[in-house]
Design a protein around this ligand. Structure first.
Ligand SMILES: [Zn+2]
Length: 366
């Protein structure tokens, strides 16, 4: 059988001014669905219920993602050991990669391999650089073997670990483009957000680009509201194409990252399992997509909190009509709000009854 024809590559698309959408947020998706534990956040579902992971890939493509991101986030040796499954380290990575490649081939989309932050980048961990290098090496070699189209290396809170990941991509995933993004940047330097090893974010992104990252930017931790100001600075001051993948929660100046968000009524922390009450709605994600376009950002996606309806809103904000747009809300056929002539009389009566409640519905009654 002939090998499937590969779609246009990531860097060609960006060079040609196209925007690439990458749906992420798999850990939170499967935690919500009851197949993954918040806390350790190890993607065991890849081994226990691969059919669900495959369906989730397909659902995100249906909703407008251009990319199937292999679900190997936190499938690293350290995390697998944390849940007593270090022996499954190779199997989980290879399974996730194979599945992502298959879905990408079936749907004509791009497939990205995924490495991420470890929790080892600390002076107090003996030989931490060597340990992390080894983790990246193993995962990247499998990513290359699986014929990924590019690599996503993400959620780094220190420039040091992000640089290590970038160097590892160059060394072990030779020839594959890499998108490298910073996650939790809680420090400030000169009044500006900075990585947790004290480097101002734009400076850090430029250093990642210098080290060979093809696309650099931010993912996770911040929602649209607190990520956008940093992105605005980044497009002005960074030389490489910018990536923007916020969480879909209401982060604010008071709570700039989602770990901090507190319930406005009880004052209790909402991370991780009660963040639903601060979920961004579709309109907010749509508006985020519009702003991303205005800024000229060409690599965009949604991280924790993402689900298909939000990815569709993002895609539609870019003028796309993914297959899921066939089912985009159409209130013209709604019994209260619609004007479709086929609506039953009882619907019209209801609308008259409730018309005072809906300012827009008055002209729909006639
Ligand atoms: Zn995230």
């Amino acid at each position: 059988m002939d090998a499937p024809q590969r779609p246009k590559g990531l860097l060609d698309r960006i060079r040609d001014g196209e925007t690439v959408i990458c749906a992420e947020g798999y850990l939170f998706v499967f935690e919500r669905r009851g197949y993954l534990t918040a806390g350790s956040y190890v993607p065991e579902v890849v081994l226990e219920h691969p059919e669900l992971v495959r369906l989730q890939h397909e659902e995100f493509i249906h909703a407008g993602s251009d990319v199937v991101l292999a679900f190997t986030y936190y499938a690293n040796r350290e995390k697998m050991a944390l849940v007593g499954r270090e022996d499954d380290f190779e199997r989980i990575n290879k399974s996730a990669l194979r599945m992502a490649r298959e879905v990408a081939d079936q749907t004509g989309t791009l497939m990205a391999g995924n490495i991420s932050n470890t929790n080892l980048f600390m002076e107090t961990v003996p030989n931490y650089r060597e340990k992390i290098w080894q983790i990246f090496k193993e995962q990247l070699e499998w990513i290359r073997e699986a014929a990924a189209d590019y690599v996503v290396a993400e959620t780094f809170s220190t420039l040091g670990e992000a640089l290590l990941a970038t160097q590892a991509c160059k060394e072990f995933a030779k020839g594959l483009p890499c998108v490298v993004t910073l996650g939790i940047c809680l420090m400030t330097v000169n009044g500006k957000p900075a990585t947790n090893d004290g480097v101002e974010v734009c400076e850090a992104l430029n250093r990642l680009a210098d080290a060979g990252a093809d696309v650099v930017g931010l993912n996770c931790a911040r929602g649209p509201q607190t990520m956008l100001p940093i992105l605005e600075e980044a497009v002005k001051n960074c030389k490489a194409p910018i990536a923007a993948l916020p969480v879909t929660y209401h982060t604010t100046d008071e709570y700039p990252v989602f770990f901090d968000i507190k319930d406005p009524v009880s004052g209790e922390p909402l991370f991780p399992e009660n963040l639903d009450s601060t979920q961004c709605n579709r309109k907010e994600i749509y508006n985020f997509g519009k702003r991303i376009q205005e800024l000229g950002i060409k690599y965009v996606g949604l991280c924790c909190g993402n689900s298909a309806h939000l990815t569709r809103s993002l895609a539609e904000s870019l003028g796309r009509k993914p297959p899921a747009s066939r089912y985009t809300p159409d209130l013209d056929k709604h019994f209260l709000f619609g004007q479709d002539s086929k609506l039953a009389l009882i619907g019209r009566e209801d609308r008259e009854k409730y018309s005072g409640l809906f300012s827009d519905s008055n002209n729909a009654i006639n």
